[in-house]
Ligand binder design. Structure first.
Ligand code: PLP
Length: 391
């Protein structure tokens, strides 16, 4: 090995990660303790503590820890008895995990348009998507933003369909004083490594309805009633559980939630200070009455600048800046190319198709400093400043 360090090149410079956790001695201590002690009759210690604390945090009666948010949505749909012939309304712009479970149970996803300000479900579009076959609406708190939950509750209540909240990206957000995860008949969270609160992989389902929650508990453990020791299963179901070491990480993170969300909001604030006056750039919104936990600070460029999200992402990557493209409409994906209703969604969902091509998630990892954000903003201003509107 050479003793001399090579000259620093662009690729050696500190990369600016788009996502990543904030792990302290607390997480390490709890996870270590779980690995050493959470076996035999103590296997449920950290799991029970994490679930109870999470229910309290989100203001719900019940919480169950899971291997993922995807499994939580699957359980919610299965427990509600949704299946072949049924329709479930989902936003056209979200991660595919919001809609894939609809297919797992044999139902049909119907893609509704998004609101141009919140980037979450547009209520009028949801209403237009309702049919006699609709059984549920899955609302997604995109990038930490909140849809108009009061209106969605009104519309789903009037139609007699279930409102399910995919709060995977929104722990710490709130709408009219009620936490993200407090709005659905069932609400689900993700603790994937990219999320604000993480256990590496993991998820949580919260609810208030005792009967529905009991059904979810049976479905997530191969059809066994909680406490069953007979090993005589009454039905074929699923196996969706979190491990004690993950729960220990999760409890430590939850005890630090204010700190984690505070840092996300700081990061957004640093971006906002530097970019709010940049013509043609729109950042995440926080309408009156909502609190945005800003999972990812996101910029959407004016289409007139002519810089598509892939090109913007490439230009920033050339400077060591990681981004993610704004989610593409589900109805535009190969996965749904021939799906029932996808062609109509492509015609109908004009806001989805107008916003999505021009957005990127900026570096939002919890390790970022204000100086890092400064570097990203200087680079972004250069890239955008080089552009002439092509109106
Ligand atoms: C991350 C995410 C999920 C899926 O979470 P997993 O824990 O990976 O299953 C679901 N919905 C949205 C909106 C997400 O961002």
């Amino acid at each position: 090995m050479s003793a001399r360090q090579p000259e620093a090149t662009a690729s050696d410079r500190k990369r600016m990660p788009v996502a990543g956790p904030w792990i302290t001695e607390r997480e390490i201590a709890y996870a270590t303790e779980a690995a050493a002690t959470n076996w035999y009759d103590r296997a449920g210690d950290f799991i029970g503590r994490f679930e109870q604390a999470f229910a309290a945090e989100t203001g719900r009666r019940f919480a169950v820890s899971l291997p993922s948010c995807t499994s939580g949505l699957h359980l919610a749909l299965a427990a509600l008895g949704i299946g072949p012939g049924d329709e479930v309304v989902v936003p056209d712009v979200t991660w595919i995990a919001s809609s894939a479970p609809v297919t797992y149970v044999g139902a049909t996803p119907v893609f509704a348009d998004i609101d141009p300000v919140t980037w979450c479900l547009d209520v009028a579009s949801v209403e237009a998507c309702l049919t006699p076959r609709t059984k549920a609406v899955i609302a997604v708190d995109l990038y930490g933003s909140m849809p108009d939950m009061a209106a969605l509750q009104r519309v789903t209540g009037a139609a007699g369909v279930a409102l399910i909240e995919d709060a995977a990206e929104a722990v710490g957000s709130a709408f009219l004083g009620t936490s993200a995860g407090g709005h659905g008949l069932v609400s689900t969270f993700s603790f994937h490594g990219s999320k604000t609160l993480t256990t590496g992989e993991g998820g949580m389902l919260v609810a208030d309805d005792e009967e529905l929650f009991a059904r979810i508990k049976v479905l997530r453990d191969h059809g066994r009633r909680p406490g069953d020791v007979s090993f005589r299963n009454e039905e074929i179901a699923f196996k969706y559980k979190m491990s004690p070491v993950q729960a220990a990480l999760g409890l430590a993170q939850l005890e630090r939630l204010d700190e984690l969300v505070g840092r996300k909001r700081d990061i957004y604030g640093w971006y906002h200070e530097r970019l709010a006056d940049l013509p043609g750039c729109t950042l995440n919104a926080e309408p009156a009455g909502t609190r945005n936990s800003y999972w990812m600070t996101t910029v959407v460029l004016d289409p007139a600048l002519g810089l598509a999200k892939e090109q913007l992402g490439q230009r920033l990557a050339d400077h060591g800046i990681d981004t993610r493209p704004f989610f593409s409409p589900l109805s535009s994906l190969k996965a749904y190319a021939d799906a029932e209703g996808a062609a109509q969604a492509r015609e109908r969902n004009t806001v989805s198709y107008r916003v999505s091509p021009w957005g990127v998630n900026l570096p939002s990892a919890l390790s970022l400093t204000e100086q890092d954000v400064d570097v990203v903003c200087t680079t972004l201003r250069q890239v955008v400043g080089e552009l002439r509107p092509v109106r």
